[in-house]
Design a protein around this ligand. Structure first.
Ligand code: HEM
Length: 353
């Protein structure tokens, strides 16, 4: 029967192009007449990852497109779409983390049956994974062991990554969105806010107060470890920052965490939580991948020619994209000590009836 919209006779296998997908597994061991039962699993697992990377990229591109707008109303449909799709990306990553367990049913000896036939191919060359890292905000200059990229990736893929880096990343757009947070207007929101006399002069009333109260609450070795300088670097220094997150974005992200119970901050808080969850899940995947690699090949070099598990450990430590947002937890303080917001601001942070 023909579909009344497309005019075509839709059929499950045709619609899903199953003839292509199910005819795309070519174990090298078959071609070479070598017995290696688990190569099929190895291929299918990687293909499944790549399909999910495709879906994640599809969702991330749409999220980035929304964030490219100069203004986004936090109560708008666009913002719901962003959190909804980011929530989906997070769920997919949970699946990708769990999927490692399936490949782990292959033993190191099973892997050795066909490992040599793969060389020098490696997951390192996953173009979709690299583009995803770039879209999220990882720059080539911040990558661990950059030399491997020139050696291992095809030229067209290097160019693709370079082109993708020229586009604003999710990290940069998130930073810009946070920096636009409209609640610092001193006349409108902070004119009757009480600043302690001992607080540093010349700062915004909220930040002068918060800076003072936060440091008064530090104990023992923390007093030296979390210096006023570190605080100032995180929240006030705009030029030559040791961190990538801007001072304005750091302020907004902390404020959202502190006052997230206010209705207007709930959606931004959900977004920040999802971003951190995504970062954690990617780090968890990296960690499980390393454990699996150690079990499969021990200290041997990777098929792609890197130092194997040692390289992966370095990449895991260096490639977390939103670590600075997670690190803001250093600067939280208990609710009982939080500066009370002015009535004007509390009103604008609530839904208007
Ligand atoms: C037997 C299973 C696996 C082993 C032994 C293994 C081994 C390795 C090794 C040693 C590297 C470092 C680069 C190199 O020298 O080759 C690597 C990188 C990588 N592998 Fe795997 N891998 C396995 C399965 C997977 C799977 C299922 C995926 C899913 C897509 C994957 C994705 C990646 C990615 C994305 C990288 C680059 C990571 C980075 O640079 O941070 N690997 N793998």
């Amino acid at each position: 029967m023909k579909n009344s919209y497309t005019g075509r006779e839709q059929y499950y296998g045709d619609y899903l192009a199953l003839d292509k997908i199910l005819d795309a597994q070519f174990p090298e061991s078959d071609a070479k007449g070598v017995e290696a039962h688990d190569e099929m699993l190895f291929i299918i697992i990687h293909q499944a990852y790549e399909l999910w990377f495709k879906q994640i990229s599809h969702d991330m591109v749409s999220i980035i497109d929304i964030f490219k707008n100069d203004t986004i109303n936090d109560n708008s449909e666009a913002m719901q779409v962003v959190t909804h799709r980011l929530g989906r990306v997070v769920e997919i990553w949970k699946l990708l983390v769990a999927q490692v367990d399936i490949l782990d049913t292959m033993t190191p000896m099973d892997f050795l049956d066909f490992r040599e036939l793969l060389t020098p191919a490696s997951g390192f060359q996953s173009y979709q994974f690299r583009l995803l890292e770039t879209k999220l905000g990882l720059k080539m200059e911040h990558r661990y062991e950059q030399k491997y990229y020139q050696k291992q990736l095809r030229e067209e893929h290097i160019h693709g990554i370079e082109d993708s880096e020229k586009e604003p990343s999710f990290f940069e757009l998130l930073d810009a969105w946070l920096s636009r947070m409209p609640f610092w207007d001193e006349q409108k929101y902070w004119s009757d806010f009480k600043v302690p006399e001992v607080a540093k002069a010349g700062l915004h009333p909220f930040w002068a107060t918060y800076r003072h109260t936060f440091h008064a609450g530090l104990q023992g070795s923390e007093v030296e470890e979390i210096s006023m300088n570190a605080f100032d670097e995180m929240f006030f220094t705009s030029a030559e920052r040791p961190v990538r997150l801007s001072a304005e974005a750091s302020q907004a992200a902390l404020f959202i965490n502190l006052y997230r119970e206010y209705p207007m901050l709930q959606q931004p808080y959900r977004l920040l939580s999802l971003v951190l969850e995504l970062d954690q899940l990617m780090a968890t995947w990296r960690y499980k991948h390393i454990i699996m690699v150690r079990r499969m090949i021990g200290m041997r070099a990777g098929t792609g020619g890197s130092s194997g598990a040692k390289y992966l450990q370095g990449a895991m430590e260096k490639h977390q994209i939103f670590a600075e947002i997670a690190g803001l937890a250093t600067y939280l303080m208990p609710r009982t000590k939080l500066p009370k917001l002015t009535a004007a601001l509390a009103k604008d942070l609530s839904f208007h009836i």
